[in-house]
Write a protein of this length. Sequence first.
Length: 132
Amino acid sequence: WSDVTLAYVDILKTTDQKRKALKVIESTWPMVQNEELWQTYVHLNGTRTPEEEFKFTQRLASFAPDSIYSRYFVIKAAISAKLIGFAARELEILRGFSHASKGDILQDTTLQTLEKNLIESEKQLVLGQIDL
């Protein structure tokens, strides 16, 4: 699904059908979520700031709200936007999903990396290196 979707989206982008390309990704998201689709969606929306990326990531995630991958990408965008409290709460929920699930789960190393990024952002916030 992902490769076919991305190929179709590329065709739509080259023919200036951005809105249709966004709709294709949105309709595919409940079936498959991955980094490349997420990045393509965010860039198609013309995001210029981490806050805009977070907003569009939340919109995309709303098409598969129970997906641990949707939550993962929302957390990544939240960290980038310096929404530390939100990211920390979502990470706890994601950890619960990951440990409760026997099927398709994020690897512990992925969660650990996300947690390290969150901790580093929290440290920057405490040190005053992040403007809120």
